[in-house]
Design a protein around this ligand. Sequence first.
Ligand code: MLT
Length: 409
Amino acid sequence: MARVNDHFRLLKAGYLFPEIGRRVRAFQEANPDKSIIKLGIGDVTEPLPAAIREAMHAAIDELGDRDTFRGYGPEKGYPFLREAIAAHDFKGLNVSPEEIYISDGSKCDCGNVLDILAANGANKIAVADPVYPVYVDTNVMAGNAGPADENGRYEGLIYLEATAENDFQPAIPEAKADVVYLCYPNNPTGAVASKEYLAEWVAYAKRHGSLLLFDAAYTAFIKDADVPRSIYEIDGARDCAIEFRSFSKNAGFTGVRCAFTVVPEGLTGTASDGTEIPLAKLWDRRQSTKFNGVSYIVQRGAAAVYSEAGQRQTGELVDFYMENARLIREGLSALRMDVYGGVNAPYVWLKTPGGDSSWEFFDRLLTKANVVGTPGAGFGAAGEGYFRLSAFNSRENVIAALERIKAAL
Ligand code: MLT
């Protein structure tokens, strides 16, 4: 019989969102007459902008003509998309199209990047707590985490607590981490990082030779001019950071699937014999071996984000969700709840009222208000006593959810 990867047996319960889905389905089956409003997983609800749809239609027509038909595309993505990204998203930041790798999702890339790093505990990994569970679970699978304690904390990981007291910007540790995951705007807390704070991380990475894995999937939601959109706004970040970006939330691509990762030329890691190896070379090799690229149609849709109409329409989409975030934030504050985030990020993070645990509040909201959110404890031990509401829904549902919460609490 084939041997399985034993590390999978160290994973805690199910992945958070399927677990929530299971509970919601059970409630719905028992209460078929109830209409449930979902502000749990950050999944978009609004239709694809017209500029994107038009570009995708045109791409389909190209594929329907022998002269313009295309088969396999370049594994790292078509130049037209990589060039548009470099010119718009990294203007003035010295990121070249060659350093951009198109993929089918940031979640996938955040997990897949471990393929190019030594596994089985060879790297010490630091994550925030609370944290997007993918960073932790993929490290458990790679054998970097070891067993978990009764709070669900893995003994092999360094946890950086993000709390209201430190403005959800965890203290930079004394201990050396070889790899540090940073996510700003933050999922789940909705916090942002200042330039000074990111500069401290870059200095830390340089001091210790660490690699920063910077997840900027929500960067389009930043409204304040002084909040950095990219880690490469920080001097020296090109020598120590990989950045992940996504079209999922700003362009409505959660189902369409398109994202990209920046691996700067000159960013290196160390082989077991001490040789310095360019990470871009490994990532390129990884992608061209295991991935055949994102479809031409989808990449044409993603490139349309950067057209004049696409910029305007995706900007409106972002504004729409951010208005939802404002309504949630202000609606809950009016109920005297402690709320955070929701200003430069589409997530509102709140303290559970009445001393409820995160899952108790989840159940209370589900059964009494028929509203689904995400229990903070599902993002880590330091998320206990917190709860996340996502701004991704229709205006009507957000308003109805707030009314229901008000009536139920
Ligand atoms: C979330 O709700 O945290 C996100 O939707 C998860 C994801 O983007 O994978």
